[in-house]
Design a protein. Structure first.
Length: 259
């Protein structure tokens, strides 16, 4: 009996170690769908179009600098091509802000993916209708939302989607208190290294051609045009949408809702 007990104890200990190791692995596994920019070398240079007002310039600069700390990419701020409606530009990401109205969303990231599973363009929007209120007009909220939405355009998903648990100290974590969740953490950089570990024979970066999303006219501000809800957040709100653009092309919309 003693030997059986000892064997069970060893087995249980081994199981705990295995589960712990798996939990650590899963914690850093937050790619969404394996989607990524096609490129032929690392680190690759992704252009971030600056369409934001002077009030947002420092937050965009912080986000660009933080994601550029990754060993696989450099996010370079360039003059924006988005125009008044923040139109997408193939081969890069356009970042914009303005008062988009009381439509419920605080920030959105929209990412176009082609039939081979590669990101072709992205748009990030900050809604000043809410960021002008006392609740969200803070450095912490602006850093978190800007960082998270740009992170989605790189191929990253959230590390956690529960709002009232302890912060994970990353902008890729949902929270009600953004103080320690303003910037990427080590797990974000590890995941980017995993996503971009292999190289491609072609590239989807840098063509800089104004685009309307593979021929589909999409009202970026209107949730009814975002397509089918694919996922809900910890509050039961639709947080990820997908729209089929035909010929294997898809549009994904990530949403941070205002309270």
């Amino acid at each position: 009996m003693k030997k059986v007990f000892q064997n069970k104890a060893v087995l249980l200990f081994g199981l705990i170690i295995f589960v712990g190791a798996f939990a650590s692995f899963a914690y850093a596994n937050h790619s969404w769908g394996g989607y990524h920019w096609a490129r032929t070398s690392n680190p690759f240079n992704l252009k971030i179009g600056d369409n934001v007002s002077s009030a947002w310039d420092s937050y965009l600069a912080t986000t660009s600098g933080d994601w550029s700390l990754s060993s696989v990419l450099d996010a370079t701020i360039v003059s924006g091509l988005g125009g008044k409606n923040c139109r997408a530009t193939s081969g890069r990401v356009e970042v914009c802000n303005r008062k988009y109205g009381n439509n419920g969303w605080l920030g959105i990231a929209q990412v176009w993916v082609n039939g081979t599973g590669h990101i072709t363009q992205g748009v990030v929007k900050m809604n000043d209708t809410y960021f002008s209120t006392s609740t969200y007009n803070t450095s912490a909220w602006k850093n978190l939302v800007m960082c998270q939405e740009v992170g989605h355009t790189l191929g990253l998903d959230h590390q956690d989607e529960i709002f009232d648990n302890p912060n994970l100290n990353t902008c890729m974590d949902y929270t009600n208190s953004p103080g320690s969740n303003q910037y990427p953490n080590a797990h974000d950089y590890e995941e980017l290294e995993a996503i971009y570990a292999h190289l491609d024979s072609t590239t989807t970066i840098g063509s800089a051609t104004p685009s309307n999303g593979n021929g589909a006219e999409v009202d970026m501000d209107d949730p009814s045009a975002w397509g089918k809800s694919l996922r809900k957040n910890g509050k039961g709100q639709n947080s990820l949408f997908g729209r089929d653009l035909g010929d294997g092309n898809k549009l994904f919309t990530f949403v941070i809702w205002a309270d």
